[in-house]
Design a protein around this ligand. Structure first.
Ligand SMILES: [Cu+2]
Length: 166
């Protein structure tokens, strides 16, 4: 039941208006106000210090590459290109959170989110996420548009731990 609390947080957020953003007590903070929030998978990064990784999305419900490795402490600018004919998105998170969220998107397809760890990309366009991976671990990135995650539109994001002095 380790994840019970976290899942409750997602559900509580949903009980609020369908277009939501979290970050302060009112639940109505603009997205940028939530950008400094530490997540288990990192925190919003400074674009000036970022290394760029290009990620492609397509209507076969795939990301290219499907596996990304970064080093703990790195800030990455994901340049996310949508080569398909429909809207896609890239969202970074823990596997449990993304799976849960994808299921909710099936029930509430009209939900809209805007967070520093996600970008929605129209067909033929490109978006960006600048994220600082300050916690090691294995995470996921995914498209949470209804049905896309279930069709396999997800990838693995490994944050290799920094070598520590004994
Ligand atoms: Cu998609």
């Amino acid at each position: 039941m380790k994840h019970a609390l976290k899942q409750f947080a997602w559900l509580a957020a949903l009980a609020a208006p369908l277009a939501w953003a979290h970050g302060d007590a009112t639940g109505h903070a603009p997205a940028h106000a939530a950008m400094q929030e530490q997540k288990p998978f990192g925190i919003a990064g400074d674009p000036k210090r970022a290394r760029t990784i290009t990620v492609r999305m397509d209507d076969n419900m795939r990301f290219t590459p499907e596996r990304i490795e970064v080093r703990e402490g790195e800030t990455i600018r994901f340049v996310v290109r949508n080569g398909g004919g429909v809207l896609h998105e890239m969202v970074i998170g823990s596997e449990a959170e993304l799976r849960e969220h994808a299921a909710l998107m099936q029930k509430f397809p009209g939900m809209e989110h805007e967070e520093a760890f996600m970008t929605h990309v129209k067909p033929g366009a490109r978006g960006a996420i600048v994220w600082n991976f300050n916690r090691p671990g294995t995470f996921q990135f995914a498209c949470l548009l209804p049905g896309h995650y279930e069709a396999g539109m997800k990838g693995t994001l490994v944050v290799l731990p920094m070598a520590r002095k004994p």
